[in-house]
Ligand binder design. Structure first.
Ligand SMILES: Nc1ncnc2c1ncn2[C@@H]1O[C@H](COP(=O)(O)OP(=O)(O)OP(=O)(O)O)[C@@H](O)[C@H]1O
Length: 834
């Protein structure tokens, strides 16, 4: 739209406004329409309530058929009622006034399908071009038809609503006036118009077409920011609309600089896809976000668009069930853990962990002994010689007296002894090792190899017993073998031996076992250097011997890789919870109303647990994903279509080429459709200009998006040198809190996070302290960026991280410079000078 082509000055007076009289009368017109819509909604709600009531009465009949019918009817009515009620607030937001269409045909939703004006729509004359408005469409969050099935409101995602977003003064199609309606509850508060054919004298119902205000975009951008993102449904711009409505086939890639609406567009696309093909996407849409802060910030957008439940928004550190990252690794450790080199290391660890002391890597058993997992060099892996006899006797040399194999502190048992055919049969350490190596020879997941290992143990015992020599008749031999297997496998002690020798490994325990530097060194030979080994081992020490300690964001991708490498053995399904209705009717397949409309949370929880594969995956801030994270996300979208949004210039990952290869692998060879967003809706031109200096250093030659507005207020620089960073940051945050109505973010280097929270104590909840990596994707009315040099020096991708930090503000930016910034006399850091 017009706003994309020129920087708008917030200080100029609105164009096209013909005074309060016109505005008021236009508001009255829209109010009358909204009243009609509400009236119709009230009728629909009444219908839904009647259905619920009627269905409840039918339930009293008590026959299985009546109950089933009641249930289905209550469900339909309940969903309908919910939908109507939840969309009741502020759902009518747009209107377009159209010229007659070329063919003038109406589509299934009652709207004209043609986009171009009819040939005779515009009459040229000596006083200029004239035309009459042929049709008016109102756009809202859901579609509403009147009693005669004529559209009162068209769903924003319907094809007929597309011109509301797509039309521009350059390509207006049939749209003459595009209006955004602001309403709260039942009251229309305001209207903002864009005139898309300003040269045309258009009439509506015989009178001149009035135009009010200066367009909704500027009104939306000027609003104060809160702690959550708002939807942009009323002011989606043409280039954004193209992404939102792009066909879902294969892979949609979107690039764009800071503030170009990538996150907003990605979320609106999720809502659009569900509208387009609900059946297909009921399989689930996953939105992957870089941080829990961004998840919390964006979570409200989809519910505000009427979509919930089918879309899971997850931080990249929360993608594995039961794991929630709560810490960050240092950049050096993150670099190693995120690299695809870790695949090799983890493969070795997953197999090598079988050799560990029982408590160190197995799921079952008691807490590990002090000499296990995280203990360092002294934790020998084969000091114990526990053995087992099938007559139930355990001989534990070096173990605690009387302890079973599940709690022995040493390594796996080194001898298996059974009594068969009245004689003792034994497999020693060497044979056991040979069998293990043989079984581990393939690539199958370790936990799934246990049945094969068990079989080979039985084979070896059978051979060692001498039975093959005794039974020359194959039929007799087979029979005897069957009995032999049965006898041995039915003994508890054989199971205990197996549990100790081939325990079921858990990803967490294997990861914890990697905290032993010597062990990790062995598993990562020729892959990691000794410094890397030391750093990674030390960071994994945080997990504790049982692996239950806090996880870092990068640990989660390692856990996911281990989950695949280890495999999860099939378990008996847990019985479905008894439903009272089942007992009444015996109709097992019937899902009850209670099931379906039970609190959304439990349904979402269930879905999350069950879903390993999604129908569509949306990746936000894709530039930040490490190769290991791409592998993790790729596993969740093997059969999915994808939308991937990001900005290479904001990447905090140090090796874009390696990440690029992992991304290609995750997305596969399917065709890709690429879009670029070019307009910065967040930062005023003054802030964008400063940030561009860092962009030029970080990624020379990368074009910066064009800022759409200006505030006339330049960024402020202030010194915080000589240990005065905290005082200066606090003072500037307080000043900004006075200057803006909304939020203030104070962005510091990651290692100053805790300190920064202290600095801001007592300033209230409109101000937030953030580490540079946490600022990703967020925005504030005003920001204080503390010591750009500290942020830039923190990692190899530091300049790009600084670029992110500098582009978070919608109104004001203050930069506090520290000693490291080498500020000039005006406190401008070296990095930000021309
Ligand atoms: N068409 C629009 N109408 C109103 N506001 C918009 C529009 N497009 C974007 N915005 C606003 O601009 C801001 C930036 O949007 P968003 O966070 O989606 O950008 P982004 O490209 O993801 O930014 P970054 O890469 O910096 O994280 C948000 O406040 C968003 O609501």
């Amino acid at each position: 739209m017009a706003a994309q082509n020129a920087t708008h000055d917030d200080r100029t007076a609105p164009r096209g406004d013909r005074g309060d009289g016109v505005r008021d009368s236009e508001i009255r017109i829209e109010q009358a329409h909204l009243d009609r819509v509400y009236h119709r909604l009230a009728e629909k709600i009444h219908e839904a309530e009647f259905l619920m009531d009627d269905a409840a009465k039918r339930g009293q009949v008590g026959t299985p058929g009546a109950l089933a019918e009641r249930d289905a009817q209550v469900f339909r009515a309940g969903v309908h009622l919910n939908r109507l009620n939840s969309e009741f607030e502020d759902f009518l937001f747009g209107r377009i006034d159209l010229l007659p269409g070329k063919d003038g045909e109406r589509g299934p939703d009652g709207a004209y399908t043609s986009v171009e004006p009819a040939d005779d729509a515009i009459r040229t004359g000596p006083d200029g071009d004239r035309a009459e408005i042929a049709e008016t469409l109102h756009i809202g969050r859901i579609g509403v038809l009147d009693a005669d099935y004529a559209p009162l409101v068209i769903d924003w995602r319907a094809p007929a609503a597309a011109p509301f977003y797509r039309s521009t003064p350059v390509a207006p199609g049939r749209v003459v006036r595009r209006r955004v309606i602001r309403s709260k509850g039942r009251r229309v508060l305001g209207v903002e118009d864009d005139l898309l054919r300003p040269e045309l004298s258009a009439t509506l119902d015989g009178g001149a077409l009035p135009v009010v205000g200066d367009g909704a975009l500027m009104a939306a951008l000027g609003q104060a920011r809160g702690h959550t993102m708002r939807d942009i449904v009323a002011s989606i711009q043409a280039e954004q609309d193209q992404v939102i409505r792009a066909p879902a086939a294969s892979i949609t890639e979107v690039e764009g600089g800071p503030g170009t609406g990538k996150t907003a567009v990605a979320l609106h696309r999720a809502a659009y896809l569900l509208y387009q093909d609900r059946r297909r996407y009921a399989g689930g849409i996953l939105v992957v976000s870089p941080t829990p802060l961004l998840v919390a910030y964006t979570e409200g957008v989809l519910p505000s668009l009427g979509e919930e439940g089918q879309v899971a928004i997850r931080a990249v550190g929360s993608l594995v069930e039961g794991a929630e990252a709560t810490t960050y690794d240092t950049p050096a450790v993150a670099r190693v853990k995120g690299s695809s080199r870790m695949v090799k290391v983890l493969r070795k660890a997953a197999r090598g962990a079988l050799e560990l002391p029982r408590g160190a890597a197995a799921s079952a058993g008691s807490a590990p002994s002090p000499s296990s997992a995280s203990s360092s060099a002294s934790s020998s892996e084969s000091s114990d010689h526990g053995q087992l006899t099938l007559d139930g006797e355990l001989e534990a040399h070096g173990g605690r007296p009387g302890a079973g194999p599940g709690s022995r502190p040493g390594g796996p048992p080194e001898r298996l002894r059974v009594v068969a055919f009245g004689a003792r049969v034994e497999l020693g350490a060497e044979e056991l090792r040979t069998i293990r190596e043989h079984v581990l020879g393939g690539t199958a997941p370790v936990n799934l190899l246990r049945p094969r290992a068990r079989r080979l143990l039985l084979d070896a015992l059978w051979t060692r017993s001498g039975a093959p020599r005794r039974y020359t008749d194959p039929e007799l031999a087979a029979e005897a073998r069957e009995g032999f297997d049965e006898d041995i496998s039915s003994e508890d002690s054989f199971h205990e031996f197996l549990d100790a020798w081939w325990p079921e490994l858990t990803p967490r325990s294997v990861l914890a076992a990697m905290a032993d530097e010597r062990r990790l060194n062995r598993w990562s030979r020729r892959v990691l250097n000794s410094r890397e080994v030391r750093q990674v081992a030390r960071s994994l020490g945080r997990l504790g011997p049982d692996g239950q300690g806090p996880l870092s964001v990068h640990d989660v991708a390692l856990l996911d890789e281990l989950t695949t490498l280890l495999g999860t053995p099939a378990r008996p399904a847990s019985p479905r919870e008894a439903d009272p209705l089942d007992q009444l009717t015996g109709l097992d397949e019937l899902t009850t109303y209670a099931d379906r409309v039970s609190p959304r949370r439990s349904r979402a929880d269930r879905a999350e647990r069950e879903r390993a594969d999604y129908a569509h995956v949306i990746v936000d801030e894709a530039q930040d994903l490490t190769p290991m994270q791409w592998r993790m996300i790729g596993r969740r979208g093997r059969h999915a279509t994808w939308t991937v949004v990001g900005d290479p210039a904001q990447s905090s990952w140090s090796d874009p080429d390696e990440a690029g290869r992992a991304r290609d692998e995750a997305l596969g060879s399917r065709p890709r459709r690429r879009f670029t967003l070019t307009v910065n809706y967040r930062n005023p031109a003054e802030i964008a200009e400063l940030a561009t200096k860092v962009l030029t250093l970080a990624m020379p030659g990368t074009p910066a998006p064009e800022a759409v507005r200006s505030t006339g207020v330049a960024p402020r620089f202030t010194p915080g040198a000589d240990g005065g960073l905290g005082a200066a940051a606090r003072r500037e945050a307080a000043r900004l809190l006075d200057e803006v109505d909304g939020t203030v973010g104070v962005v510091v280097a990651m290692n100053r996070r805790a300190q920064a929270r202290q600095w801001l104590t007592g300033l209230g909840d409109r101000v937030v302290a953030l580490g540079s990596l946490e600022a990703k994707g967020l925005e504030y009315d005003a920001t204080v960026v503390v010591s750009p040099a500290e942020i830039a020096d923190e990692s190899p991708a530091g300049l790009r991280v600084l670029y992110v930090a500098l582009t978070r503000a919608t109104q004001r930016l203050t930069v506090v410079s520290g000693d490291r910034d080498e500020p000039d006399a005006n406190a401008v850091p070296d990095l930000l000078r021309d």
